[in-house]
Design a protein around this ligand. Sequence first.
Ligand SMILES: Nc1ncnc2c1ncn2[C@@H]1O[C@H](COP(=O)(O)OP(=O)(O)OP(=O)(O)O)[C@@H](O)[C@H]1O
Ligand SMILES: [Mg+2]
Length: 319
Amino acid sequence: MDKFSTIITLSPLVNSCIRQAKLVARTDMTVLLKGDTGTGKEVFAQAIQQSSKRANTVFLKLNCAALSENLIESELFGHKKGSFTDANHDTIGLLKSADGGTLFLDEINSLPISIQSKLLHFLDSGEFLSVGEVIPHKVDVRIIAATNFDLTTLISAKQFRSDLYFRLNAFPIDLPCLMDREEDIIPLSLYFFDVIAEKNGGKAPTFSKECIDVLQNYDWPGNIRELKNICERFSVLFAGLVIEPDHLPAEFKTNIHKPKLKHFTLPETGIKLDNLEANLIYQALERTQGNISKSAKLLSISRNTLSYRIQKYGLSTDF
Ligand SMILES: Nc1ncnc2c1ncn2[C@@H]1O[C@H](COP(=O)(O)OP(=O)(O)OP(=O)(O)O)[C@@H](O)[C@H]1O
Ligand SMILES: [Mg+2]
């Protein structure tokens, strides 16, 4: 069975991620899954592992944000009895335990900088030293890493090594936010409703047309996890009923994203792009009474870019 078929999507962006993931799954390459919280990084990591030739071997996971610096080091590389105060016995560590299989390093952005160089050495050589040992171990482990934070920002802040980033980024897969795959909101909801109805019994609810509009205009900060949680709640509250916009939690009324430009149809006769841009900037400035930061946010561009364009078009910020 295609292990990616459990990833529900109609989105071209996600389908492109699936194509890349299927190709890389056949290799032993390190993969870096990038995406905001709840976008499906772990789902992808599992599908890659299950479609790889390591499918029937071990798949281990380490959440780099969940442990202290010392613990992470011994958890990953293992330690020798007596190598530090609480080291009462030898521990082999996840790399050794995952020999022949795959290790998923979740939230790699939280990996302490002191351990990053050891991980890089392992990725380059397949070798590592356990804490308190002098003879390196050599293992065959495929690494899949995930980050919900932009690593280049961490590099600028000197919290992430650029050499490790380039090593991990050899095969990046960028998972889009749910807001950028709004065509998936309904198929995902139906899937979650079905799964829950099958588990708990009872009839699945449905969304009214107005409710679907609201769901598709919401910005989903928690992405698919947030949608899944809401579907679970609604399955209990509205079993067999139609969900209307009034039933949605308050954040759905306040946290609505802007209509996307893709709804703009290019007229047969064409347009003057500069005029359109100047006009939209003017509208943003008018709406925010000339506030450049707020206008930049409305237009999804940086403050500097907006200031440059205001000058370019000779627009005023006095309203
Ligand atoms: N395409 C999908 N189809 C069905 N369920 C999905 C899909 N993608 C994600 N999910 C579900 O959404 C939830 C969040 O997915 P996942 O844990 O993979 O996200 P994540 O990117 O690892 O999040 P975080 O950064 O918070 O760890 C999970 O319950 C997962 O099963
Ligand atoms: Mg995750």
